[in-house]
Design a protein around this ligand. Structure first.
Ligand code: 6R9
Length: 656
């Protein structure tokens, strides 16, 4: 099965919107053309108007002030406006939909009751959390790290931070104590919010004990607020640890939202890059919320009363924008699911869709591929008639998975929105709109309003105006939810995104644009791999490996993997005198899991007596990628290698 290659663009079947969809959707083809053209012709006027979709305390007079020139990169939207994100996601809905469900919480264990949290209840819970945080000393501008399961308290904590002007930084609960302490220290956080345990797939991750281990490497002043999710036993440090459930009983039920500037940071989210340690992506309040809510409404054709379910974890950007901020800003009902697609069995997603009558369902291709392999009987026993729109995100979707999603889940009547975006972009940049575009399996289709995608020639850096064409994907101008900087390192921000192609934001992906002007993402062009829709820098895995006493050198590349999209293939050179063994292989795997987390677990470890290097000592990853892909016929030019025999050895001993 081809997992990453997009469909053949010339022969692929095209799926136009049904006449009913085109007629009922917010945006049809003509409206898309008209609005897109307006958004590009006069961004100030367009966003000046659409910025009003959220409530402002002091309205903005300056809409856009952005500069992509290296050395002067600066991105500001609505910069003189003031507002509060939490008030926009909660308070402004109280009068009209206070008793409507804001969050449906579906626990890991299907026997446990779901919770329906109304906007009124959400208001109380968030105010209480805000007061608890203030009592712990958190003030406007301070950082709070969240290390939580997918429980409503995660949303309360995010919104509570937004309410008092604190900046949250969520660390996915699958990350290790080392990764957690690095992020607590990197943002100099005052408080960590965690839970005793995280139930997932019938197992329980001891989050509190991970947090304890992390906090050994942090300042003594960092406090730890603990949500009692299971009530299981944990250690307790008096004076440092605080019991959320107990404090919430006493906490005041009102907290006044702080008047924030549009450009005040809302959150930091660490993401992997091609070099060094993960970087803290900074998103700000006003522009982010405008774009997250607008894309949520138009891309998923969200209408009042719909039940929206995004299966991501709040530890990733998808959870930020499309479980919490976008949906709640729109007064939606959003589902938060604590579990996994295959527990208790492979029908879980579909049972949850049936149980809560989900209208929009948004997930990752890797989950679809895993479920597709389990057989259709898990789907067929569920009533999926409530579904109207399906979505995917995180990686290119292969045509087999697209067709299965379309036929078996959507019964051929639900448009699939293949949304391309990134942690850095805050919201969808390329996507079809369900009532406007004729879908092509594997294509992320068209730019969203205000998004100026261009294809550049990777060698000359010039824009390619041809149709069809292929090159690197860049953005020519800013959009409101663009990241503003790397936390504490603006220079790294400029260097990473604006230095390869001057005057453009470089996304790190390659793409094709077909004769109709539709975009097909071909994958990362840098040393970032995409494992189950999660970004992993090969450099991060390499530095974890070489930190082990037995490892002299390591090179890590991605290779095609049926379920995960890409797997992690490691070439490891051992220290002199160390013998390779299966036990050592296991040990290295466990080592990487503890250094980074289970998502970085190597799939393949090949012992490499030597690595292919140029005479100047640069590892030739291109060749390592080919060997991992089992594609020796096209190794390309190996004449610059210092020792070409290394390659023969690697091929002869290829693992897996
Ligand atoms: C939202 C998210 C971003 C990277 C991105 C690209 C890949 C995301 C995709 C896609 C093809 C899609 N990606 N969506 N590739 N088609 N619809 O995933 O953010 O974790 O930062 O990853 O994911 O390579 O550059 P993030």
């Amino acid at each position: 099965m081809s997992t990453t290659a997009p469909a053949d663009q010339t022969t692929a079947k095209v799926y136009p919107p049904s006449p009913e969809m085109a007629a009922s959707a917010h945006i049809d083809a003509a409206k898309y053309e008209e609005m897109y053209a307006a958004s590009i012709a006069d961004p100030e006027a367009f966003w000046g108007e659409h910025g009003k979709r959220i409530d402002w305390i002091k309205p903005y007079t300056i809409v856009k002030n952005t500069n992509f020139e290296p050395g002067n990169v600066s991105i500001k939207w609505f910069e003189d406006g003031t507002m509060n994100v939490s008030a926009n996601c909660i308070d402004r809905h109280l009068a009209t939909r206070g008793d409507q469900t804001a969050i449906i919480f579906e626990p890991d264990n299907p026997e446990e009751d779901a919770q329906h949290i109304t906007y009124k209840q959400l208001h109380v819970a968030v105010c209480k959390m805000a007061n608890i945080l203030e009592d712990l000393g958190v003030r406007r501008g301070d950082r709070v790290v969240l290390y939580l399961p997918m429980v409503p308290e995660a949303a309360y904590a995010m919104l509570a931070c937004a309410r008092i002007g604190a900046i949250h930084s969520i660390v996915f609960a699958g990350f290790s104590p080392d990764a957690l302490s690095a992020r607590i220290n990197g943002s100099d956080a005052k408080v960590v919010i965690t839970a005793d345990y995280a139930p997932r797939g019938g197992r329980q991750t001891p989050l509190k004990s991970n947090a304890d281990a992390a906090l050994l490497h942090c300042k003594d002043t960092v406090k730890c607020l603990v949500v009692k999710r299971t009530g299981g036993q944990t250690t307790w440090v008096e004076g440092r640890d605080f019991d959320y459930n107990e404090l919430a009983l006493e906490a005041d039920e009102y907290s006044k939202p702080v008047e924030m500037n549009a450009e005040d940071p809302l959150f930091i989210l660490y993401t992997s890059g091609s070099t060094g340690q993960p970087k803290g992506v900074v998103h700000c309040s006003g522009g982010y919320l405008v774009f997250a809510s607008m894309t949520h409404e138009y891309v998923f054709d969200y209408k009042d009363g719909d039940i929206f379910w995004c299966t991501a974890d709040v530890g990733w950007v998808t959870g930020h924008s499309y479980i919490v901020y976008g949906p709640l800003a729109n007064g939606a009902t959003t589902v938060m699911f604590e579990g996994v697609p295959t527990y208790p069995d492979a029908s879980r997603f579909w049972q949850v869709c049936e149980k809560h009558k989900v209208n929009q369902f948004y997930t990752a291709p890797t989950a679809l591929r895993a479920l597709m392999g389990q057989g259709n009987e898990f789907v067929e026993k569920c009533d999926l008639s409530s579904l109207r729109i399906l979505g995917t995100v995180g990686e290119p979707i292969n045509p087999e998975a697209w067709n299965w999603y379309n036929d078996v889940i959507g019964k051929g009547k639900c448009p699939i929105v293949d949304t391309w975006w990134q942690t850095e972009t805050g919201g969808h940049l390329l996507t079809p709109l369900p009532g406007a575009h004729a879908l092509k399996p594997g294509s992320a289709m068209k730019p969203f309003f205000g998004v100026q995608t261009v294809v550049l020639d990777p060698h000359t850096g010039e824009e390619i105006h041809d149709y069809p064409c292929e090159g690197v994907l860049c953005l020519k101008d800013s959009w409101p939810s663009q990241m503003r900087t790397v936390w504490g390192d603006h220079e790294r921000f400029e260097k990473t995104y604006f230095s390869d192609y001057k005057g453009y934001y470089f996304a790190g992906d390659g793409c094709k644009r077909d004769a109709d002007g539709d975009y097909w993402i071909t994958g990362r062009v840098d040393d970032v791999i995409n494992v189950s829709g999660h970004r992993m820098g090969t450099a991060e895995v390499e530095s974890a490996l070489v930190a082990h006493a037995s490892v002299a050198e390591a090179a890590v590349v991605g290779y095609p993997h049926d379920i995960k999209g890409q797997g992690i293939y490691c070439y490891v050179t051992l220290m002199n005198g160390v013998e390779p063994s299966d036990d050592l292989r296991k040990e290295l795997r466990t080592w990487v899991r503890t250094e980074i987390g289970p998502i970085a677990s190597p799939d393949v470890i090949q012992w490499a007596p030597g690595l292919p290097k140029t005479r100047s000592g640069k590892i030739m990853r291109r060749i390592l990628r080919k060997i991992a892909e089992n594609d020796y016929g096209s190794l390309g030019d190996t004449s610059t290698l210092a020792d070409p025999s290394v390659v023969d050895d690697l091929i002869a001993n290829r693992a897996g």
